[in-house]
Design a protein around this ligand. Sequence first.
Ligand code: ZN
Length: 174
Amino acid sequence: MDIRILIPIIMAVLLLSWVIFCGIQFIRHSKDVIVRSDFTGHVKCEKCGTEYTVNAAEFTKSAMAKSVSVTKTKFVNGALINQPHYKYYAKKFYCPVCGKRRYARVLNINDINQAMKKPMLQSGIRWLILMMTGGLLILAATGIPMYFANKAAARQVEDLKQQQYEDFLEDYVE
Ligand SMILES: [Zn+2]
């Protein structure tokens, strides 16, 4: 295969892999951010109605969540911001009364969200910068061989033209 076709394919595969890698790392890192923030969730068991508290680590254990949210658009410091506001948010936690994992409504979900906004944003920006830096490096790393491949190809065309011209001259002169 022509190297000038192969290089863009390699570049696209590398870029895509890098973006996916960053996305996965961001999700993993987000979990750490939540665990480290150490908030307390006030929850109410949907089965027996018992209210108990869960810590940040327990929050990340379960991926199963039920929620009803409305997006509120607020005007803050001269900028419009969209903020999801939960009317209802429930997750499976270990209920001490039921003795098993049951859905429990998180009563202070909006406070938790508010508290998590800044560290999550910082983590997001960090990964976005890393993603872009890596992307530019991949572009540069594949752009350099591409440049030389193009140059070599251009020279080949030049040589071919020159050859044809000489052949033509030869034929003409003879
Ligand atoms: Zn319960």
